[in-house]
Write a protein that binds this ligand. Structure first.
Ligand code: 13P
Length: 254
């Protein structure tokens, strides 16, 4: 059976410090041979165009966007603006935006609808906080189901291209910067990925790609992406360490 190509999404978050560092990092990490797999680099907005110029085989992604299409929304960036500068993917609903900026499922839903309408590929982040996971996988499953369905409400009206909705399961407590972080197990990540696929299939009649994210590095990436339910990975800190990231890519795309 033909194996599906894996997807790696590099979320640089608010890094690196300058445009020249960003361009240098993109030169080292935004390189992928045709047919090897899909790689998306998501730098901060001001670095998008500079990074785009040096990508070699990788696609360009943004880390967020507005739920509005245009007008008086100071500091915001629309799906149309992103498309016009060559962005093809957008990360939405990241837990850092939810916790630092109070973004809720309704706001994320507005963004998801705008992004899909504009033809962007959405990488929608979902995942439970530690208090929920401590209660066990059934509680985590209910939390994730509610969050997911809240964020994708109404997408069936858009005549959506299936590959434009990608889910990223990121348990908040496994992200490298989270306080008292813990490791997710590949088995539990696979269980949650499978659950997410089932939820989308039952509601929208297609099976989306599901990535795992949460402190994935060169050493453990294979444990996650070798799970058949996991279609790739959303990487934060390790995507800023060029040599480690290249090793990680080698393992995912092998
Ligand atoms: P880390 O890989 O640094 O844990 O970040 C994960 C993440 O939040 C990616 O979006």
């Amino acid at each position: 059976m033909l194996r599906m190509k894996k997807l790696i999404v590099a979320n640089w978050k608010m890094n690196p410090k300058t445009l020249s560092e960003a361009v240098s990092l993109a030169r080292k990490t935004g390189v992928v041979k045709k047919g090897a797999g899909e790689l998306v680099i998501c730098p901060p907005y001001p670095f998008l165009s500079g990074v785009q110029k040096v990508l070699n085989g990788a696609a360009l992604g943004a880390q967020d966007m507005s739920e509005n299409t245009e007008g008086p929304h100071t500091g915001e960036v629309s799906a149309g603006i992103l498309k016009s500068v060559g962005v093809s993917y957008v990360i939405l609903g990241h837990s850092e935006r939810r916790s630092e900026l109070g973004e809720n499922d309704e706001a994320v839903n507005g963004k998801v609808l705008q992004a899909l309408k504009a033809g962007l590929r959405v990488v929608l982040c979902i995942g439970e906080p530690i208090e929920i996971r401590k209660k066990g996988l059934p509680s985590a499953s209910s939390f994730v189901k509610k969050q997911l369905l809240g964020c994708v409400a109404g997408i069936e009206k858009l005549g959506l291209k299936k590959k434009n909705l990608i889910l990223a399961y990121e348990p908040v407590w496994a992200i490298s910067t989270s306080k008292n972080r813990r490791n997710e197990t590949p088995d539990d990540a696979a269980f949650m990925a499978s659950l997410i696929k089932t939820i989308v299939r039952e509601k929208f009649y297609f099976t989306p790609r599901v990535l795992y994210g949460g402190s994935v590095g060169e050493k453990d990436v294979r444990d996650f992406v070798s799970q058949k339910e996991v279609d790739g990975t959303l990487v934060g800190a390790a995507s800023l360490r060029a040599s480690e990231f290249r090793l990680l890519m080698g393992k995912v795309f092998e």
